[in-house]
Write a protein that binds this ligand. Sequence first.
Ligand code: G
Ligand code: G
Ligand code: NA
Length: 254
Amino acid sequence: HEQLIRISDALQNNEFVMHYQPKVNMKTGELLGAEALIRWQHPERGLLPPITFLPIIDRHQLNIDLGEWVIESALSQIAMWRQQGVDIEVSVNIDVQQLQQKTFAKRLGELLQMHSDVPPHLLQLEVLETSELQDIENVANIMQSCTELGVGFALDDFGTGYCSLTYLKRLPVNLIKIDQSFILGMLDDPDDLSIVEGVLGLSKAFQRDVIAEGVETLAHGVALLRLGCCYAQGYGIARPMPAEDMLPWTKTWK
Ligand code: G
Ligand code: G
Ligand code: NA
């Protein structure tokens, strides 16, 4: 409980920051966008990764507050990059507990209105495929409302949950993110390779974009390109970085 209060204070004191990890088209070199990943700039303990604090706020109202802060922060960052002359699509991770709130789409609409300088298509929401959706019809409706606002969706960690195919069929997602465990294993483990090939086939059949997560080495990139997967994200391309490093990075990367 004490930790929860500490995190609540941190939110008030603006101690959270987003880092951004590029998503690229390996074939053209084009930047597709960036995933926003939260960190806690702790006054004594330094920069803390989400695993150290997100589980604590899981299933608490604070979860929702932090989720709103994350969206708000992403929209502000998109606006800042636009002022510097660059449109960068930013994806944020959305907790399903937040997504399942009745007021989610309305609240998202309000946040977008507060940032009328940001075209909604520059915001993408990543939903964990491993989430247990209590009422898939309800979630599909909420996502549809958000889609009508112009915001896109990605299905994160695809292939690791119980309901991958149901979610793919029922949820309005633009992008499938192949879970990094399959990518990390695909060069050594034929099963992982088969799964990657299967997901690429599925994404084609469902006419969804697909991106490989966890692309750590050139060999992974080459293998993925050979399979026809051009979109990639991973340490081999870039690690998550502070917002101010993104534009310099795009100028040097190819
Ligand atoms: O940033 P890191 O690379 O350590 O991320 C670890 C996990 O934390 C990721 O898998 C991601 O799903 C989750 N995560 C990172 N940032 C956020 C965020 O802003 N909101 C939520 N709900 N999850 C996040
Ligand atoms: O999709 P999800 O939000 O679960 O993934 C983001 C997490 O994956 C973050 O913790 C990020 O730092 C991590 N990550 C990003 N690229 C790589 C990579 O190439 N290898 C590994 N091991 N982790 C990565
Ligand atoms: Na994600």
